[in-house]
Write a protein that binds this ligand. Structure first.
Ligand code: NAG
Ligand code: NAG
Ligand code: NAG
Length: 324
């Protein structure tokens, strides 16, 4: 029960900063939330004339690391990553000439993650603030009516966006093994996934088990990059990201009125996301396409790169709004 409360209330997660580990016969209290301050300089992030990354400033001053690649005249797709990770998870897509020739690829480290600022106060985690981060990216790259491809916990950001914008702000939604809102995190995520998320809040080193659950055989450098994203995040930020208050009414209205199209992709072997609870949440969505990729883990696009790409690009081609 205590673990459950920690997940619901970020403030309670603070209590989890101290963990007892056994060393021989003696119990030592050990701080497990040492925050590593990373310094965003050109040198360590390689932002330069030849690299397309940049910092954009959100309405409340939070610095967000964003990057765009490809042809700006093509339909824009903004990729949003998931729990405790960063925009780097989409590297294989952003390096793929087939993707680059069809769409304008945009991604960012969401607030509290990767190279972006990591506020640890509750007000910085109001739903509106996360929508404003997305807006700063949209404005900085002059995107007009982008598609959003949201993976895992990244799916919750679409609720934030549509809470302050009309459905016409977006061309369409791509749920990639997505959690639709924070309220339904507990039902959409598998029991094994929920247990690990709770464990990580008091024992961040358990993140390695979480990545193993996302995919059992990742390429080594990518695996380390995922673990590194976990290391640079204060646990309190992970708590806020998964527990912030949201209002899904506008999102569901946009779907049930037929204003916004949605492609929901699932991995048949995903050990984190439960398909039916996710679909139950969006029941009544008018313009809905559901695709389950065979032999695909939670990292759907890593398990099935070609199938994932053709599924998304063909759907986008059929759902471009007039003139875009
Ligand atoms: C920085 O990024 C550019 C473009 O991605 C690459 O060509 C260059 O080698 C990188 N420099 C370093 C020091 O990594
Ligand atoms: C949620 O948003 C809708 C509008 O989309 C609004 O009518 C409703 O009052 C909001 N609910 C809460 C609890 O703020
Ligand atoms: C879904 O949306 C696309 C484009 O936005 C449109 O062409 C198509 O007719 C819609 N389908 C349904 C069933 O409403």
């Amino acid at each position: 029960m205590l673990l459950f409360l920690k997940a619901l209330h970020p403030a309670i997660a603070l209590l989890a900063f101290w963990s007892i580990v056994a060393a021989g016969d003696v119990l030592h209290p050990v701080s497990v939330d040492t925050q590593v301050t990373i310094k965003p300089t050109d040198a360590n992030f390689n932002i330069s004339a030849v690299s397309t990354g940049r910092f954009v400033t959100s309405k409340d001053g939070t610095q967000i690391f964003a990057e765009a690649r490809g042809n700006p005249s093509k339909p824009a797709v903004v990729f949003i990553h998931g729990f405790r990770l960063g925009a780097t998870v989409f590297d294989s897509i952003f390096d793929d000439p087939h993707w680059l020739s069809q769409v304008y690829l945009v991604r960012y480290d969401t607030r509290g993650h990767g190279r972006s600022d990591k506020p640890t106060d509750a007000t910085s985690w109001a739903s509106e603030r996360l929508a404003q981060d997305f807006d700063a990216v949209v404005q900085s790259y002059n995107l007009h009516c982008p598609f959003v491809l949201a993976w895992s916990l990244g799916g919750t950001h679409i609720v934030d966006i549509l809470s302050i914008h009309p459905a016409t702000y977006l061309s369409g939604i791509i749920y990639n093994a997505a959690i639709p809102d924070t309220t339904h995190l507990m039902s959409v995520v598998s029991p094994a996934g929920v247990a690990l998320v709770l464990k990580i809040l008091s024992f961040p080193q358990a993140f390695i088990e979480f990545i193993n659950l996302c995919h059992p055989a990742l390429e080594w450098n990518f695996y380390l990059a995922c673990l590194g994203n976990g290391d640079v995040q204060p646990t309190i930020a992970a708590g806020f990201a998964g527990t912030r208050s949201q209002n899904s009414t506008a999102l569901l209205n946009a779907g049930r009125s037929g204003e916004l199209a949605l492609l929901a992709i699932f991995g048949a072997d995903d050990k984190l996301i439960q398909k039916q609870p996710a679909l139950d949440f969006i029941s009544g969505w008018k313009n809905l396409t559901v695709t389950t990729l065979p032999n695909a883990e939670h990292f759907t696009w890593i398990s099935q790169p070609e199938l994932f790409r053709t599924t998304v690009l063909e759907w986008i081609a059929g759902h471009r709004k007039r003139g875009i």
